[in-house]
Design a protein around this ligand. Structure first.
Ligand SMILES: [Zn+2]
Length: 167
C-alpha cells in the first residue's frame, strides 16, 4: 500500500526547480509555462510528476521528461518517477499567460484563441505579427520549424515568423 503525504516544501521546491527547466524547442519557456506538468506529489518516498506531452509524437517530450528527472534528482528531490498522462490531452489553454508573453517576446506568435473557441470558429483566426503587431499576415506553411508551429509571413514588415498552433 502506498501512502500519499503532503510535504509542501518538497513539492514547492520541485516547482521552483521546474521553473528553470526549459522546453528544448522554445528555450524561453519553462515546462511550467508550457503547462505540461500536470501534477507533482509525494507517494511514499517517491516524488511523482505527471507530464502531459504537447504532442504525443513531439520528439522534444522525451528530452523534457529526462530534463525534469535530471533537474529534480540533482536538486536532491529524488527518487523521482515520471508518469506520462495522455488523457486529457494537452491544450494550448494550459500555457501560462506569462508563457504566452515570453513566446511573443521570443518572436513566436502565441496561440491566440482557446482551443475550444477555435473548434467553434472553424479556424478562421487572424494571427498578429510578433514583430510589428500587424494582422496583415499569411500562413506560408502549416508546419514551421516543428510540427507544433505553423510558418507565417507578415505582409507589412515582410518578416516570416512561427505561430504556435492552438490545439
Ligand atoms: Zn510584421
Amino acid at each position: 500500500m502506498t501512502e500519499t503525504k503532503i510535504n509542501t516544501s518538497r513539492t514547492e521546491n520541485a516547482k521552483k526547480i521546474l521553473h528553470e527547466v526549459y522546453d528544448p524547442e522554445i528555450p524561453v519557456l519553462s515546462v511550467l509555462d508550457l503547462g505540461v506538468i500536470r501534477s507533482i506529489r509525494e507517494v511514499g518516498e517517491i516524488l511523482e510528476v505527471d507530464i502531459t506531452p504537447t504532442y504525443s509524437a513531439c520528439p522534444a517530450m522525451k528530452v523534457i521528461e529526462m530534463s525534469v528527472q535530471a533537474a529534480l534528482d540533482q536538486a536532491g528531490l529524488g527518487p523521482v518517477k515520471i508518469n506520462t498522462v495522455l488523457d486529457p490531452v494537452w491544450t494550448t489553454d494550459w500555457m501560462s499567460a506569462e508563457g504566452k508573453v515570453k513566446l511573443l517576446e521570443y518572436g513566436i506568435a502565441p496561440p491566440q484563441l482557446s482551443a475550444r473557441i477555435k473548434n467553434l470558429s472553424l479556424g478562421n483566426t487572424t494571427i498578429s505579427c510578433p514583430q510589428c503587431a500587424s494582422t496583415n499576415t499569411v500562413c506560408i506553411s502549416e508546419f514551421g520549424s516543428t510540427a507544433c508551429k505553423a510558418l507565417y509571413k507578415c505582409k507589412d514588415c515582410l518578416e516570416p515568423f512561427d505561430y504556435f498552433k492552438c490545439h
